[in-house]
Design a protein around this ligand. Structure first.
Ligand code: RNT
Ligand code: ZN
Length: 412
């Protein structure tokens, strides 16, 4: 018997259907964020402006400097991740020679991405870029007191929806267009509601045009605080939860955007009861929204468990959001995405029927015995088989493949 067959038999002893678990995890696309590939720099001519309270630290060799380099790095990374996935593209990653400003972008500037996505058989998700721009230097965009600045960003937002809808039409499935703005104040504002009213009005204007939900799904992402906006974030969780409910749009939950002691996975079942759609930015905050590569840690395992147990995967799109510039960027993508998948596979391999039964019977001792015993089941052999069936390496072979690629890009 192979390792896999032995492992499978052990899971079956707990009434877990291993083949079903593998099938389930194969069906889940992860939206891989383009910005891990170049430290959130983008391809505009006046790039290099940071801002918005987000920060990539490190200077590891091999950063993608052009769309072509980013695409080859992505191709390499996808080839080491089992299954079919998506690309989450930011507007600052346009591919053209004309250097349009943010309020001038159109689909033609992203044509190469759409063509490439077709050859790779992947779907694209999109994001307006409301940071790293001189008109965002005050850390105020859609809520700026100056109507001219607001209009500039409103136009950007509208254009990204059109671009996203075109991606959606071409790929035959909805493109999520996720709005995150850095807006906030470093020190205590007198009025929070004035800025929040302005943000709301700007969003209303951006969202005026109607698109088919089969092409475009609008989402909004809240935040707790950012560097430089410690006192007040205009787009807080309460702001966007209310806004998403009121407008029947998607809420994006970034796991780094809550207080460090909050249990983000606990929010999902509650949100799913009232919202039709959720988008996740799975990240790993360390002391703050530091965007470390996600590990198979308790938070991610709990997140995957919630998605599976609450049966909300069909209304939840999973995207990643981390950027570490101190390690190989392609390794970061591969490790992080595989960790998301591993956590989902672990969740599908949980004997839920048995656990639900003992929980409903209030037999908490047995529940604890089972959850602890099943931690010792040979998960690795199931994961390896999943990778083998998808033709992607594991273990030391994976490490050498990642190393070799990093060497090939390190003189960039
Ligand atoms: C910032 C948000 C946002 C960005 C990306 C680049 O705190 O998480 O999602 O990370 O849009
Ligand atoms: Zn995010």
């Amino acid at each position: 018997m192979s390792d896999f067959e032995i492992a499978k038999a052990q899971f079956e002893d707990w009434s877990v259907d291993v083949e079903q678990a593998i099938r389930e995890v194969s069906k889940i696309p992860i939206s891989v964020h383009c910005w891990q590939g170049d430290d959130v720099a983008g391809f505009e001519v006046s790039k290099g402006l940071s801002g918005g309270g987000i920060q990539a630290t490190g200077n590891y060799p091999g950063r993608a400097r052009t769309p072509d380099e980013l695409r080859s790095d992505l191709e390499f990374s996808y080839s080491n991740i089992p299954g079919n996935h998506r690309l989450n593209l930011h507007a600052m990653y346009l591919d053209c020679d004309t250097n349009p400003d943010r309020d001038e972008i159109e689909f033609s500037h992203f044509h190469s991405w759409a063509d490439w996505a077709k050859t790779q058989k992947i779907g694209i998700d999109f994001n307006p870029t409301f940071f790293a721009h001189e008109k965002a230097d005050d850390n105020l965009t859609l809520s700026h007191p100056d109507s001219g600045i607001r209009e500039f960003w409103i136009e950007h937002g509208k254009r990204t929806r059109e671009i996203a809808a075109e991606f959606g039409r071409q790929q035959g499935n909805p493109c999520y267009n996720n709005i995150w703005v850095p807006d906030g104040y470093k020190d205590n504002p007198i009025s929070r509601i004035i800025a929040r009213k302005r943000l709301r009005e700007s969003l209303d204007t951006i969202l005026e045009q109607k698109f088919e939900q089969t092409e475009l799904l609008d989402s909004v992402e809240s935040k707790l605080f950012g560097i430089g906006v410690e006192a007040c974030t205009i787009g807080s969780h309460e702001f966007y939860l209310g806004y998403a409910l009121e407008n029947d749009i998607v809420l994006c939950i970034d796991t780094g955007h809550f207080h460090p002691s909050e249990n983000v996975s606990d929010k999902l079942s509650s949100l799913a009861l009232s919202l039709n759609n959720l988008l996740l930015h799975v990240s790993r905050p360390m002391r703050w929204d530091s965007d470390h590569v996600i590990l198979q840690d308790d938070n991610i395992l709990a997140m995957a468990h919630e998605l599976v147990v609450s049966n909300i995967l069909d209304k939840t799109a999973i995207g990643l959001d981390f950027f570490d510039a101190t390690i190989s960027r392609t390794a970061a993508w591969v490790i992080g995405t595989r960790n998301m998948q591993k956590s989902l596979l672990r969740a599908f391999l949980t004997p839920l029927n048995v656990l639900n039964e003992v929980e409903e019977a209030l037999d908490f001792s047995k529940r604890l015995m089972i959850t602890e015993e099943i931690k010792d089941l040979p998960f690795g052999s199931i994961w390896n088989e999943f990778c083998r069936r998808n033709n992607v390496p594991t273990g030391q072979r994976l490490i050498s493949v990642l190393d070799q690629y990093q060497v090939s890009v390190s003189d960039r």
